[in-house]
Design a binder for this molecule. Sequence first.
Ligand code: UDP
Ligand code: MG
Length: 326
Amino acid sequence: MSLAEQNRAKPTLYIVVPCYNEEEVLPETAARLEAKLVSLMEAEKIARNSRVLLANDGSRDRTWEIICGLHDDPAHDGMFTGISLAHNRGHQNVLFAGLMAALERGCDISISMDADLQDDVNAIDEMVDAYLEGADIVFGVRSDRDTDTRFKRGTAMAFYGLMRRMGTETVPNSADFRLMDSRALQALSQYGETNLFLRGIVPSLGFQTAEVYYRRAERFAGESKYPLSKMLSLAVDGVTSFSVTPLRMVTVAGSAFVIISLLALVYAIISLVMGTTVTGWTSLLISIWFVGGAIMVSLGIVGEYVGRIYMESKHRPRYIVAEELT
Ligand code: UDP
Ligand code: MG
């Protein structure tokens, strides 16, 4: 065993699970995670003070009561802990809050995963192994997308392609199922942006990374808390928080229109001199609508950025922790 491996031996693991209205799946998720922690402890891979940290994102159902129940029940031997946000702040924010709580409580490694058991609990073993072999960040990467609808698969592919072209580093087909050690969490804690896109930030941290492949299952129970609107806003956040390429595209498109209009001017002058009069107002109207539309889209893109600058400049807290279980 090398020195680095010795220092890594038996880390304290925190599994961080964001939960928003998950009363239907939470009992099952908790049972499976507890079994996993116990088996890792018995295999002497992780420390006995490892925990499952359930981060409640201002749920309106019984999610928080369930979390408190798991925490208080002596049968679980203090294995469950939790935090509760004062309001629904979205998946990325509550995940960040949970990871920071885990860091504060002295975890050596954290693994973040969804509450709905879509992420494979058994991939946790491989993630811990990858950490023991020296990785600071281990990405859970989906080996296939069989369980997704054709629509979700198509939009996800388009999204990763777009991110790549815009120059944002992401790990394709990896969501927020990943292991981060305390070094990586410490680095992450310095990112103060309101406009949080963890899938872009984490790969940009650097450190030694590894990938673990897993099959993503169907949601165990309940329904998706990510409707199309939330997916779109995550995608827009992903692009705008990492890249100014869309703004540059506006400039490029504007320049192209100016060049086209100059060419049209030359053409108009030539046809005037030649005496061939242009009669069609249809083409004129079309070009007015087209240029008008292009200008409005461009303004919209600029507006997206200005809006985000406004939100960032207020330096508001991303979330407020209302309750914490020890
Ligand atoms: N989630 C959250 N806050 C939200 C929306 C979702 O904490 O506002 C959590 C949710 O409880 C789940 C995870 O984020 O643990 C992923 O959500 P979901 O499974 O509904 O998304 P999908 O898998 O359908 O993309
Ligand atoms: Mg899900």
